[in-house]
Design a protein around this ligand. Structure first.
Ligand SMILES: [Mg+2]
Length: 217
């Protein structure tokens, strides 16, 4: 069992980590991204959907693929695709309670933008829970899972690797943090047996409560 007693800095991904994947915020964002690609490149929806998915796979985010191949303005793109209906999110008292009980620094690090993260947190009732929020704009638009992205953000945030833990729903985003010495927690219905995943958990609130009740010390 990995010891979490020395951890005093907790870093959380945003999408599908601080709200359930079943909310499917990305179904709205994906539509906006495909629309953007259709207009930008004058292609049909099927082609745009395929490009969006292929860029996400190869470049970490669809945005990174569009920047490298079509020189788009990232700010314009992010403003458009994050203009969605946030009311599908609901407040989560359980999660805010368990986060508030967690001792130490709490950060959000997302491949979305910090303003987008603040909007999501507002609808989740988690606005006052986190000390700092880092978005893709803080990493010069280099996305997780690339090492450069983590290096930039962890350095800006003065992260002490061996005293920090990272929560993520995308397993590929945990490999670099693990190599840097962070503890890694996958938050997903799909369990992982990757060596770089210290914990694979289905419910973030339950896991946080286990931590604060000292089950892992
Ligand atoms: Mg995520």
């Amino acid at each position: 069992m990995t010891n979490l007693a020395k951890i005093d800095c907790w870093i959380f991904d945003l999408d599908n980590t601080l709200y359930p994947a079943s909310v499917n915020l990305f179904s709205q964002i994906n539509v906006k991204m495909s629309d953007y690609i259709m207009t930008l490149l004058d292609v049909d929806k099927l082609t745009a959907d395929k490009m969006r998915a292929a860029y996400w796979e190869k470049y970490g985010t669809s945005l990174a693929g569009l920047m490298q191949n079509h020189q788009i303005d990232p700010e314009d793109f992010l403003n458009v695709v994050h203009d969605i209906d946030f009311s599908v999110l609901s407040k989560d008292l359980n999660l805010s309670n368990s986060l508030n009980k967690l001792p130490g620094r709490k950060l959000v690090y997302t491949n979305g933008t910090a303003p987008y993260a603040r909007e999501v947190l507002k609808y989740r009732g988690l606005t006052d829970v986190f000390d700092e929020i880092y978005g893709i704009e803080d990493a010069a638009y280099v996305p997780k899972p690339f090492p450069e992205a983590f290096e930039i953000v962890f350095s800006k945030a003065n992260i002490i690797h061996r005293k920090s833990a990272m929560f993520e729903d995308e397993v590929r985003n945990l490999e670099v943090p693990f190599k840097l010495g962070l503890k890694t927690i996958l938050v997903s219905d799909v369990q992982s047996n990757k060596k770089y995943v210290n914990y694979s958990v289905k419910c973030l609130s339950d896991f946080l409560r286990q931590i604060t009740s000292n089950s892992f010390n």
